[in-house]
Write a protein that binds this ligand. Sequence first.
Ligand code: SAH
Length: 216
Amino acid sequence: MTDRYWAERRRMIEDQIRRRGLDDARVLGAISEVPRHLFVPQPARDASYDDTPLAIGQGQTISQPYIVALMTSTLELRGAERVLEVGTGSGYQAAILSHLAGEIHTVELVPELAARARRLLAHLKCDNVVVHVGDGSLGWPEAAPYDSIIVTAAAPALPAPLIEQLADHGRLVIPVASGNGYQLLTVVRFEGGRISEQVLASVAFVPLRGKFGVRR
Ligand code: SAH
């Protein structure tokens, strides 16, 4: 898609993502297709392609581009998968997933954010994304099991329902609190009835609320 931010988007991919060693052609292709600035509210729009997370209202943020790329790449999507995202926020991550997988269910707790994301995703013809309002710490059992689950808010621990909704050979990528105010971005793989965990990076996300989220 060519728009007036196209050159900025190319630069973002080179300077922030490829330069950090992430060179996944399918993921970078999807990122180059999605107009990130449309997911950023007007006052911050000129900062859309900066190397930082940005406020999207309701105290929430759209993740830093590199983190979106890293989490997406970890899912190793081939095109036919069924994916669950917890924390729709602006809908940006869901739009990226839309280019890479078969069917995406994304769950958002705040109805206003879900409504805005739903409109924008429809406008961009991301027709394989379904936006649900609800507590995503419980997953979305109606469409389970999922080949991949991506959580874009920080959990205090691995939420059991998400593990239960993983398909065999499925993977979950999720920031898990590490006790120092940051979180460990963790990949959980489910294979032959066993789960294994691998830590990818230290990250800072807004808290996951809900039953398996942070207690207030
Ligand atoms: N992926 C988003 C960024 C998410 S920010 C994007 O691309 O823009 C984290 C989001 O998680 C916020 O919108 C917050 O409202 C939502 N959230 C927090 N707890 C949740 C829960 N239990 N269920 C669903 N959404 C939740």
